[in-house]
Write a protein that binds this ligand. Structure first.
Ligand code: ATP
Ligand code: MG
Length: 299
């Protein structure tokens, strides 16, 4: 494994779907960087945490080789490469540390729209095109189906039209690409999203403390990502009606006002604070409603 280092190095996608959200999430953890001229390396300024900007496919290998300590990559890529390693008799060298809540998609099996889908056995003897041979082979083996896996590195969805395969196994988000190619999804193999990937073990030097610090901040950032602080005033005797209207709220802070029986309330809400919900609260007696975005939280 890697030589001892006193800085943490995180691999993220250089460009593509995960590039911006990965940087934004790490920035929300208080990290900032100075970018190298070739835009491949970002030197951490606020903390000794650097970024390496790479192709997403390279991220698991960089972690396995100890070139990078952590990475932000799709679960689909991580599981495929782990499956590939293990089918070659090697140990797992990386694993998912946290799910990050963006880059959602699924790895699905799709067949021509004209097929009447009866189940996995229908694939016996058929050719299935995919860029995920390890995950597809694992699934076929689990279902006890003997089909031929055709490996393609891209444009998998046109393989049936080109006569290269009868079915495909590919990433799907909206399904628009599939229907444009007269295909329909019939089976989900994996629900995927961007994840923070790290080594299968931990770190035995100062990087362990840096990773712990980062994980604590990350957990706070993930918890409040869509959360709002809701503040308002109300007569104390209306609290029983108001509290159930708070969308997925933490126990609120209730403060007595100097004059009379009024209270000021603030609650961290993880559910959507919609206009409709604010209007309901107002009808139930809340006054001076204010919704405030939350930047961070340390439990
Ligand atoms: P790179 O140049 O880094 O190799 P790429 O073309 O392999 O980029 P992207 O298309 O940017 O990668 O996708 C990166 C990840 O985004 C995927 O591995 C997957 O986890 C996720 N993703 C979310 N929705 C989709 C989708 N509809 N199609 C493909 N990937 C998706
Ligand atoms: Mg790629």
């Amino acid at each position: 494994s890697a030589a001892a280092r006193d800085r943490l190095r995180i691999a993220i996608q250089k460009s593509g779907r995960l590039a911006e959200p990965a940087r934004a999430l790490l920035a929300a953890c208080g990290l900032s960087w100075r970018e190298s001229r070739d835009r491949l390396f970002c030197y951490g300024e606020t903390l000794p945490v650097d970024l390496l900007l790479v192709r997403d496919d390279d991220i698991p290998g960089l972690i396995a080789d100890g070139v990078c300590d952590l990475g932000v990559v799709g679960r689909n890529v991580l599981l495929e490469q782990d499956g590939d390693r293990r089918s070659n008799g090697r140990e797992s060298a990386f694993r998912e540390w946290r799910a990050l809540g963006f880059g959602g998609c699924r790895l699905a099996l799709a067949v021509p729209e004209a097929w009447h889908w009866e189940g996995p056995q229908q694939l016996a003897g058929k050719r299935i095109a995919t860029s995920y041979p390890a995950l597809l082979s694992q699934w076929l083996a689990g279902e006890g189906v003997d089909a031929q896996v055709v490996l393609l590195s891209g444009s998998v969805e046109i393989a049936p039209r080109l006569g290269q395969a009868e079915a495909i196994c590919d990433l799907v988000s909206s399904g628009a690409t599939l229907s444009a190619n007269q295909l329909k999804p019939v089976q989900t193999l994996i629900e995927s999203e961007a994840v923070l990937a790290g080594p299968a073990g931990g770190f035995d030097d100062v990087r362990g403390e840096l990773a712990d610090l980062l994980l604590r901040r990350l957990d706070g950032a993930l918890r409040v990502r869509n959360s709002k602080l809701l503040m308002f005033q109300a007569p104390r005797n209306l609290l029983d009606e108001l509290l159930p209207l708070l969308p997925d709220a933490e126990p609120p802070t209730v403060m007595s006002l100097d004059n009379g029986d009024g209270v000021a309330l603030q609650a961290l809400c993880h559910g959507a604070v919609t206009w409709q919900r604010l209007e309901e609260l107002k009808r139930a007696g809340a006054r001076g409603l204010m919704v405030v975005p939350v930047e961070g939280m340390l439990a």
